[in-house]
Design a protein around this ligand. Structure first.
Ligand SMILES: Cc1cc2nc3c(=O)[nH]c(=O)nc-3n(C[C@H](O)[C@H](O)[C@H](O)COP(=O)(O)OP(=O)(O)OC[C@H]3O[C@@H](n4cnc5c(N)ncnc54)[C@H](O)[C@@H]3O)c2cc1C
Length: 402
């Protein structure tokens, strides 16, 4: 077992960790990535949709680096989609253009880690980081049944939505009540349009969230939903909701009912916005661990990769004596902070709407399909307070309780 003292130890080889490791190593740091899984990127816990580079300027306009970071090789992409349809509770449909890649997420994660490794980063799989100590200067890891203490100048907590490393270094973590629970199936033999991603709202199928059909091509699709516990019926599980959606939804069931479930996935998505502080003296928190997710659509891959890249730069600068890790927080806030914050604000307003199907329909009706597009892009083409006033006015006139 290596007794080396690393410049940076990255816990988690997801999109965030792999991106930090690659960038830091490219800029001269000696990096070790620790991943508890045996197989990078697997099991897949994802809908696998990412915007294309043409779409990025409309979603994260200040993150210019996205163009290079998401210049993906074809072998990590399963399908391309150019449209999104949003289906409201009373089955009204709003369609808009949105150019996306549907990834093979397992290959995508492997590609990111391979890039880090090509730059020279070391990777230990099947290795569990048990705790971080001394503000991130030491990490206890379990490898091959033995517990080893490793030393590092900087610890990167990229260990996902329930990050232990972030807590250990005193930077806090996502509030459990802000974690959306999700379930997804990879289905085969479904009758879906391969160019169209479908998003469904309605309390009966996805309370406090939405259901999705994301086409993978060749009659396959990721079918899933995300809900929040405080919105759901007692005694109805995620699996029950998904079963209901596949078999009973008047539009979706026609496309899915005859399909076969090939695999099942799920996981938590932080939708409460970034944690208060994402850096310490010797540690940074990145990706889901830091709550860097677009709260209205659950998209966490773009922020994870972008913030990871910035984190790698911050590490190299600190090691060269060019400042502290606050650079990381300043730059990610500048590049994606506004959209992540807008996402949370919008999500909180939409929460009021999602309490009632009548109110959801009413808002779709009053504000037309544009509002749906705005919500899913985490941006708003009208002032926030005007949206709030409209929702409140409609809520009162429809007599819907908060
Ligand atoms: C069902 C579902 C669907 C989703 N769909 C989409 C989508 O379509 N598009 C999108 O952009 N986002 C989607 N997301 C969100 C997206 O998957 C995440 O935002 C993204 O994976 C975040 O990357 P990350 O590197 O921060 O975390 P992760 O990908 O979770 O990586 C964290 C890694 O840390 C490892 N780890 C954890 N603890 C330890 C430890 N103690 N020691 C060693 N290793 C450890 C884990 O094994 C894991 O590999 C979805 C999420 C879910 C759950």
């Amino acid at each position: 077992m290596s007794e080396k003292n690393y410049d940076a130890i990255v816990v988690g080889a997801g999109p965030a960790g792999a991106s930090v490791a690659r960038r830091a190593q490219e800029l001269g740091a000696e990096v070790l990535i620790i991943e508890k899984k045996r197989d990078i990127g697997y099991p897949i816990q994802c809908g696998e949709l990412v915007p294309t580079v043409e779409e990025f300027p409309k979603i994260l306009p200040k993150a210019k680096r996205a163009k290079e970071l998401f210049n993906l090789p074809s072998w990590v992409i399963s399908n391309d989609c150019s449209r999104v349809a949003v289906i409201g509770p009373s089955k009204e449909i709003y369609e808009f253009k949105f150019s996306s890649h549907i990834l093979d997420r397992s290959r995508f994660d492997k590609w990111l880690v391979m890039n880090a490794s090509r730059a020279g980063a070391e990777l230990w799989t099947c290795c569990n980081a048990m705790s971080a100590e001394k503000g991130g200067r030491e990490v206890l890891v379990k490898k091959d049944g033995k517990v080893v203490r490793l030393k590092t100048s900087i610890l990167v907590a990229a260990d996902g939505p329930s990050s232990k490393m972030a807590k250990d270094v005193g930077l806090g973590s996502n509030n459990p009540s802000d974690l959306a629970a999700t379930i997804g199936y990879l289905m085969g033999g479904v009758g879906v349009d391969p160019d169209l991603t479908e998003v469904y709202f309605g309390k009966e199928y996805a309370p406090g969230g939405y259901a999705w059909i994301i086409p993978k091509g060749d009659g396959m699709a990721n079918v899933g939903l995300g809900i929040r516990a405080s919105f759901s019926e007692r005694g109805v599980s995620l699996r029950d909701y998904l079963g209901r959606f596949i078999n009973k939804h008047p539009i979706a069931s026609k496309k899915l009912q005859k399909g076969v479930i090939l695999s099942m996935t799920g996981g938590l998505v932080p939708v409460g916005g970034p944690i208060k502080r994402t850096h310490g003296e010797n540690a940074i928190v990145v990706g889901d661990a830091a709550g860097q997710v677009m709260a209205t659509n659950g998209g966490g891959i773009p922020p994870a990769v972008i913030c990871g890249d910035i984190g790698g730069e911050a590490i190299a600068r600190k090691l060269r004596g060019e400042g502290d890790l606050s650079f990381y927080e300043e730059v990610w806030k500048d590049e994606v902070g506004k959209e992540l914050d807008s996402g949370v604000k919008l999500r909180k307003m939409i929460d009021i709407v999602l309490r009632s199907d009548r109110l959801t329909e009413g808002i779709f009706g009053v504000l037309d399909g544009k509002i749906v597009e705005d919500v899913l892009r985490c941006r708003l083409s009208m002032p926030f307070n005007l949206l709030y006033k409209t929702i409140e006015g409609l809520r009162k006139s429809l007599n819907v309780l908060k």
